[in-house]
Design a protein around this ligand. Structure first.
Ligand code: CUA
Length: 322
């Protein structure tokens, strides 16, 4: 497979750095099509200008009728473009097949896209808002969207794949150079579309990646009870709470967490809820059951996506935000 060629280069003048094995093959087709277009643009424009000058009207010149037919010329200008177009098709098709077919041995990470964050689920069941991967190994990202179409885009890898509600989509890449690479959402998905960003972290070695995964998978379980709020803070940043709930009192898409604990919340449609453990838990697993007055019912349910101890950690964290 050509997509398995190993190349890494610095940032180019026109395009971002090529940091996956997909990047050089995609760029090859892109440059070929662009250069062919530039060549014919210049050739045709120059010929046009030359003919305008050569056949200009001038005194003593009679207009001649054009010849109706020139078989060798017509065969030439049909045959050459057909060969070029078939070549472009072949290059594009083989590269497309390569970049849309993950190798069978690929390491798999699940992706859930939602307004407005990415959530990656690793083989241990650990979830993170960034994508961590070992170097030099094909990675298969299998994902779906919860609400609307989002598009998983890593410019330096030349990988872009729409994540569509109700079906699974897959993207794959192999990155050989350790480092951090930006993930964007490339499909307009609402108010915070432009802030829907994450990173791909390519670890220096497979061992380093395995160690990171083991540590990360266990961080809430390993925290002593008195430090659970720290775990809650980490979850707040990692699981997408941060995108909608501020901790400084400013209103976002959802109510701020500051000063929330012990407070009475007026609800949409009348009534008041007292903010205690059960209120927070209910708001996380079934957010639409109690919409705070003045806010839209846009929060997705986290039922089954946060463990009990993680919900407890978030409650402990909210308690600290007085
Ligand atoms: Cu998600 Cu744009």
């Amino acid at each position: 497979m050509r997509a398995l060629m190993s190349i890494d280069s610095g940032p180019g003048f026109w395009l971002p750095r090529q940091s996956s094995t997909t990047a050089p093959v995609v760029d090859h087709v892109f440059h070929a099509v662009t250069n062919i277009s530039i060549f014919f643009f210049l050739l045709i424009t120059a010929t046009l200008l030359y003919f305008i000058w050569k056949y200009r009207a001038r005194p003593g010149h009679e207009a001649q009728p054009s010849p109706t037919h020139n078989t060798p010329l017509e065969i030439t200008w049909t045959f050459i473009p057909v060969v070029i177009v078939l070549w472009i098709f072949w290059e594009g098709f083989t590269v497309f097949v390569d970049i849309s077919t993950p190798p069978a041995s690929a390491y798999e990470v699940q992706l859930t896209a939602q307004k407005w964050n990415w959530l990656f689920t690793y083989p241990t069941g650990y979830t993170d808002t960034d994508l961590h991967v070992p170097p030099g190994e094909p990675i298969r990202v299998v994902g779906t969207a919860v609400d609307v179409i989002h598009s998983f885009f890593v410019p330096e890898f030349r990988v872009k794949r729409d994540m569509v509600p109700g079906r699974y989509e897959e993207a794959w890449f192999r990155a050989d150079t350790p480092g951090s690479y930006q993930i964007f959402c490339a499909e307009y998905c609402g108010k915070d579309h432009s802030a829907m960003k994450a990173m791909v972290v390519v670890h220096p070695s497979k061992d380093d990646y395995e160690k990171w995964l083991a540590d990360a998978s266990d961080f809430i379980a390993k925290l002593p009870p008195e430090r659970l709020a720290e775990g809650g803070e980490k979850l707040y940043k990692q699981r997408g709470c941060k995108q909608c709930h501020s901790i400084d009192g400013s209103a976002g898409t959802g109510p701020s967490f500051k000063g929330l604990w012990g407070h009475d919340q007026p609800l949409e449609g009348g009534g008041v809820a007292h903010v205690d453990e059960n209120y927070v838990r209910q708001s996380i697993v079934d957010p639409h059951s109690q919409i705070v007055a003045g806010f839209q019912p846009v929060m997705p349910s986290f039922q089954g996506r946060l463990k009990d101890r993680e919900i407890t950690a978030l409650i402990e964290y909210i308690k600290t935000l007085q």
